[in-house]
Design a protein. Structure first.
Length: 420
């Protein structure tokens, strides 16, 4: 029979990798807690409308990438392609503003987009999302970005570039949109078929196109920052000022529009500066209109998402740095010694000492090899004779030394010698 494999673009995360994931998650929890950000857990399946309305009908995600299906009750459902719309849905559904005017949330989990799989791009991928809802103050924007930079450095990333832009608001953006449309008039033939369509549906999406000819055309397009209204300009100035006060370096990228339609004002991405690979490890921005778009009151919000896979692939530590090797291997020969070892192994584990033993009646030599392979610093050797004499040999594998230990109170004796 044919072997069943995983779906294209969906990948298993194996031991060796999972330890890195746990390390990243622990750091995130630690740092977010310092900033008063609390966890929210959300369903991965939502009503399709949440995303069509939230992300925007004419974005790539909604047009081409969502995993949408009709369930047995004939309802259109979608595997979430991102988390922000869900966070706002939950925020509104549970009236979270009533108990906390400034609500700071994070969520970690899988997202689904049917993109073309390639290096750093999957169809199921994971994100760490942070969303701060209820305040329009530019200090919130700066604080969020400086925390993001701190977090990425804390997990060992370097050569990071923070890029920022302002995308204006419904008051000032239409004028920019109009100017972009007139700028592109007469240049339609140089655009890819998608962008020719975008010109009619959502011209700002053309800034996001990866096709070389489109990029070239858009490179001399008008700049959104020149169209900002006073309020948006002032907000952007303040964000830059607070980032500067904190010593966070950033670059302004006037071409960055982000791939989702809900953004207003501040938009940002963190790019890794490795040549050739212009991959964003994180992206986010302000979305002051989203909660209204989703049927709620007008709550401003800002957030970001970090791509977990991309982040983990950039962590400079090796897999081995994360693996927790057993502290002790029990090499037991003969039935009585094996029984003794079975009990002791599990008692030691319960006492918090990572312990392994052999379960397949191998020779002493092969058990010692196994202990070496597992990189156990100590091996306890017990045979029939040792059981009868109520003692065992404890071998220090690194130093190659050995001592005889009594089996009475053996757990305490081992605990005394083996410390993590
Ligand atoms: P996004 O830019 O679409 O933003 O995704 C954020 C990050 O998720 C990207 O920078 C990238 O690292 C990772 N990512 C996206 N797509 C893939 C993929 N197919 N494979 C692997 N990694 C991927 C959002 O999702 C917004 N919801 C962020 C946000 C939160 N804005 C405000 N709050």
């Amino acid at each position: 029979m044919d072997k069943i494999t995983a779906i294209r673009g969906f990948k298993d995360i194996l031991p060796g990798e999972t330890e890195k994931w746990a390390f990243v998650e622990e750091k995130a929890r630690e740092i977010f807690a310092n900033f008063g950000i609390r966890e929210i857990k959300l369903p991965i399946l939502e009503k399709t409308e949440l995303f069509t309305r939230g992300i925007g009908e004419t974005t790539d995600i909604v047009e081409k990438e969502m995993y949408t299906f009709r369930d047995r009750g004939n309802e259109y459902l979608t595997l979430r392609p991102e988390a922000t719309a869900s966070v706002i849905r939950a925020y509104l559904e549970h009236n979270m503003h009533e108990s906390e005017p400034l609500t700071k949330l994070f969520t970690i989990g899988p997202m689904f987009r049917r993109e073309r799989p390639q290096k750093g791009r999957f169809r199921q991928f994971h994100q760490i999302n942070v969303e701060i809802i209820g305040q329009k103050d530019p200090r919130v924007d700066a604080e969020l970005m400086l925390m993001l930079v701190q977090f990425l450095s804390a997990v060992g990333l370097s050569h990071l570039k923070l890029e920022i832009n302002s995308l204006g608001c419904p008051r000032c953006r239409p004028a920019f949109r109009k100017t972009v449309i007139s700028f592109l008039r007469g240049k339609e033939n140089g655009l890819c078929p998608d962008c020719r369509r975008r010109l009619k549906t959502n011209p700002l999406r053309i800034f996001d196109c990866k096709v070389e000819t489109c990029r070239e055309i858009i490179s001399s397009a008008p700049v959104i920052l020149d169209f900002l209204c006073d309020e948006c300009r002032e907000h952007f100035e303040k964000v830059k000022e607070y980032l500067t006060i904190f010593g966070i370096s950033f670059e302004i990228n006037t071409k960055m529009v982000r791939g989702l339609d809900y953004y207003t004002q501040t938009a940002f991405e963190v790019i890794t500066e490795s040549p050739g690979a212009q991959n964003a490890v994180a992206g986010g921005g302000r979305y002051d209109g989203l909660s209204k778009e989703l049927g709620g009151e007008d709550f401003p919000g800002i957030g970001f998402a970090i791509g977990f896979e991309r982040l983990v692939s950039m962590i400079p530590m090796k897999k081995e740095d994360f693996v927790k090797h057993p502290r002790l291997f029990i090499a037991a020969l003969g039935e009585d010694a094996q029984k003794f070892a079975f009990t002791l192994t599990n008692k030691l584990r319960m006492a918090g000492i990572r312990t392994e033993m052999d379960l397949s009646d191998k020779s002493l030599k092969s058990q010692m090899r196994r202990s070496n392979k597992l990189e156990c610093p100590y091996t306890l050797i017990v045979g029939q004779k040792e059981i009868e004499e109520n003692k065992a040999e404890l071998r220090n594998m690194e130093e190659g030394t050995q001592e005889t230990v009594e089996l009475d109170n053996i757990i305490e004796r081992i605990q005394l010698r083996i410390r993590d």
